[in-house]
Design a binder for this molecule. Sequence first.
Ligand code: MG
Length: 221
Amino acid sequence: MVDPFQTTSSAIVQVFSPYEIHFNEINFSKHMFIDKLYIMEYREMMRMKAVFIDRDGTIGGTDQVEYPGEMKLFPSTEQLIQQLKDLGYLVYSFTNQPDVSRGKVMEVDFVKELTKFGFDGVYLCPHTHEDGCHCRKPLPGMLIRAAEENDLQLQECIVIGDRWTDLLAAHEAGCKKILVKTGAGLESFHKYKNKEYYGKWAHVQPEYIAENLKDAVQWIV
Ligand SMILES: [Mg+2]
């Protein structure tokens, strides 16, 4: 006898086979199993999109670097990260921390704290300008690596930051760009308005200029 649920499940299984679902680990009724697969399909589709959010001056703090444990988050930052995740976005921290390579602070401490804030992952450049790496913003190396590691379509991804280095990295990678006016953002905004960026820096056009992270997330959703 043909089991309609089994048939339906098999059809869905074929659709989802590239995602290597481990069926034995899913202990749901067949109805719930099918619902779960639809949710997984939705999340897999949305996984092609990510939001990269700068740390200092964008999620909290000031225009200065503050070490883990010192930085005060802006109100609602954790809820806003969760709001983006609930919509199916991957949400990554995206930060330059050259004091890591200077031996003043540990990368693992940044990663631990940023993970606690709710980020799905952390892309952190530990180098100084003199190190000549490919990952330090305004270079797009971290975004390109994130795309390779997570199967992202960068043109569908969004970068939020308070410095033109954030936006230039996004521009070079083909992402959408949101400038926030918190942290160093007001200064960045005035330089942009007064046409004080030159060369390739002058080609960067933010898709949106937000008052703060909350405004940026509201624009996205
Ligand atoms: Mg910043």
